[in-house]
Design a protein around this ligand. Structure first.
Ligand SMILES: [Zn+2]
Length: 251
């Protein structure tokens, strides 16, 4: 068997393997997407939890402030009650009013923070619900992947074995060249020579449809590895084209 025919067996097995795994690959991509979205929800959740903690710490500080202000207020009120002169009384009163203003400012701030914290808690509950929903989908997707993997596992093993055997018949360098092509171009890694006009001996590349020079056909007939000069795919001769090209064949 010439090199092109040996490579063609590898190619046909690769096509079968790709076809067999289409549904599994789709399921795997879906699973990846679910996992990615769960991670995004985790990140959002982490940020909100952190913000909630920061707010709680600042509210605790504000409550301390308010308590110490109240103590100072109590102290000044006592002094007001014991004031000996009107001037002294007015002095304490000014202090008391200043402290009261401070206190109510801090109280307002604390209230605003607490309502922000309530908002965040509501967001967190919403995120938790989204997370649970997404996790359900992720776990279904995982089960789906496992099912599809199990469905094809026997056939996959068989084809993989056949592919390895076929590949071992191809020199490493040529196999590497082909593998790169298949990676890049999938089914267009190899293409048949197509007859466009039998009488005029016109043929084209089955991948890019460009016409092939006569030398290409001759090279193929001699069993050499031949690529399309236009798209670089590896060409092969289907039986019909081989018969048409073979010199002296009057069919
Ligand atoms: Zn081509």
């Amino acid at each position: 068997m010439d090199i092109t025919s040996r490579l063609l067996r590898v190619y046909q097995l690769d096509r079968q393997l790709a076809g067999l795994q289409t549904r599994l690959r789709a399921a795997e991509r879906f699973l990846e997407e679910q996992t990615r979205q769960l991670k995004a929800l985790d990140a959002k959740r982490g940020a909100i939890v952190l913000q909630t903690k920061q707010i709680a710490a600042s509210v605790a500080n504000q409550e301390n402030d308010i308590r110490s202000t109240e103590e100072r207020l109590e102290h000044f009120r006592e002094q007001m009650n014991n004031a000996r002169t009107n001037k002294e009384y007015k002095g304490f009163l000014t202090e008391v009013n200043l402290l009261k203003a401070d206190k109510s400012k801090v109280e307002e701030e604390a209230l605003a923070q607490m309502s922000k914290s309530d908002e965040l808690k509501a967001q967190l509950a919403q995120l938790d619900a989204q997370w649970a929903e997404r996790e359900k989908m992720r776990s279904l997707a995982e089960a789906d992947c496992a099912t599809r993997r199990a469905e094809i596992s026997d056939r996959l093993e068989q084809l993989t074995g056949e592919r390895a055997a076929a590949a071992s018949d191809v020199p490493a360098e040529i196999l590497a060249q082909y593998d790169r092509l298949f990676e890049l171009r999938d089914e267009d890694a190899m293409a048949p020579v197509e007859i466009t006009d039998r009488k005029r001996h016109e043929y084209n590349c089955g991948a890019c449809m460009m016409s092939l020079p006569m030398e290409t056909s001759i090279s193929l007939l001699s069993g050499k590895l031949t690529t399309c000069s236009n798209c670089q795919c590896i060409l092969f001769l289907p039986k019909e084209a081989a018969e048409a090209i073979t010199p002296g064949n009057k069919r």
